[in-house]
Design a protein around this ligand. Structure first.
Ligand code: CP
Ligand code: NVA
Length: 307
């Protein structure tokens, strides 16, 4: 494992498997009331330049459960909001803390933060990717389907941070990945290059959601307007009409097909209320698994491991 978790492109399949296996183990321990202070005395600084419910609560709770402490720094209220360079903030936090989780806009800011610190930096969402979320998604799918390899993962909607991480995570784990986006809303070119480069990768980017959903084992979607794109909402609603995960689309999938949504969801937009509720157990398992997946990441990156 590298020092940081900045994007799934940086991780090998072995790294991903190690995180998922560690998450399974930590989840088992929590469910069986086995408490071990793997991160006793350690502090995680959490920088949020965007809103959050799940990421904040799961990192903070996860840190507490591992015997450590997490502290919340809002982009607006810290000196970052008044323009203190991220390189300076990084070098200060490096002296106080044992890890940094950051949610922000530009991926470069996170990469820059990692370059200026000796402590691990964990990406809690950027415009480019959402690696922690996709680790939780992979964990949930593997829990319910027993394997990842060979399953068809279908993503419908915006080629955003979620799409980027799902494509990379899914392909690295041997899944077939089919993405349907309207023209002009494709995933990042770096991710498309990756998807089209790998020997043995099964990847398609299509314009018809029905084509991507056919024979799918997992359907994933996300909001049409991400954080920071609020002003594009009306334009996006038009562009994404027809890119909804609804009952008719689910008819085309394999029996037992799962649905995942990172949340928050907009019923009646990217997903119908009916499909959401029919798959709510899977979706809220996915939300729960943020906790277990991130505890695994923190354990692996911040713990005092022998190896
Ligand atoms: N899925 C997710 O990252 O949720 P929050 O925005 O609530 O953290
Ligand atoms: N794509 C969404 C994910 C939220 C968890 C956003 O970036 O707002």
């Amino acid at each position: 494992m590298k020092k940081d978790l900045l994007k799934l492109l940086d991780l090998s399949r072995e790294d991903l498997t190690l995180i998922l296996n560690t998450a399974d183990q930590l989840k088992y321990e929590q469910k069986h009331n086995i408490h071990r202070d793997y991160l006793k005395g350690k502090t995680l600084a959490m920088i949020f330049e965007k809103n959050s419910t799940r990421t904040r609560v799961s990192f903070e709770t996860g840190m507490f459960q591992l015997g450590g402490h997490a502290l919340f720094l809002s982009g607006k209220e810290s000196q970052i909001g008044r323009g203190e360079p991220v390189e300076d903030t990084a070098r200060v936090l490096d002296r106080y803390c044992d890890g940094i989780m950051i949610r922000t806009f530009a991926q470069e800011e996170v990469e820059n933060l990692a370059r200026y610190t000796h402590i691990p930096v964990i990406n809690g969402l950027t415009d480019f990717c959402h690696p922690c979320q996709v680790l939780a998604d992979l964990l949930t799918i593997r829990e319910r389907k027993a394997v990842l390899e060979g399953l068809k993962l279908c993503y419908i909607g915006d080629g955003n941070n979620m799409a980027n991480s799902l494509i990379v995570g899914g392909l690295k784990m041997g899944m077939e990945v089919a993405v349907a986006c309207p023209e002009g809303y494709d995933p990042d070119p770096q991710v498309l290059d990756f998807a089209r480069s790998g020997p043995g990768f099964r990847f398609s980017l299509v314009r018809a959601p029905q084509e991507a959903a056919a024979g799918a084992d997992v359907v994933v979607t996300d909001v049409w307007a991400s954080m920071g794109q609020e002003e594009e909402k009306a334009v996006r609603e038009k562009a994404f009409a027809g890119f909804q995960v609804n009952e008719a689309l689910m008819e085309l999938t394999n029996p037992g097909c799962m649905v995942q949504h990172c949340l928050p969801a907009h019923r009646g937009e990217e997903i119908t209320a009916g499909v959401f509720e029919a798959h709510s157990d899977e979706i809220f398992d996915e939300a729960e698994n943020r906790l277990h997946a991130q505890k695994a990441v923190m354990y692996l990156l911040m713990g005092n491991r022998e190896e």
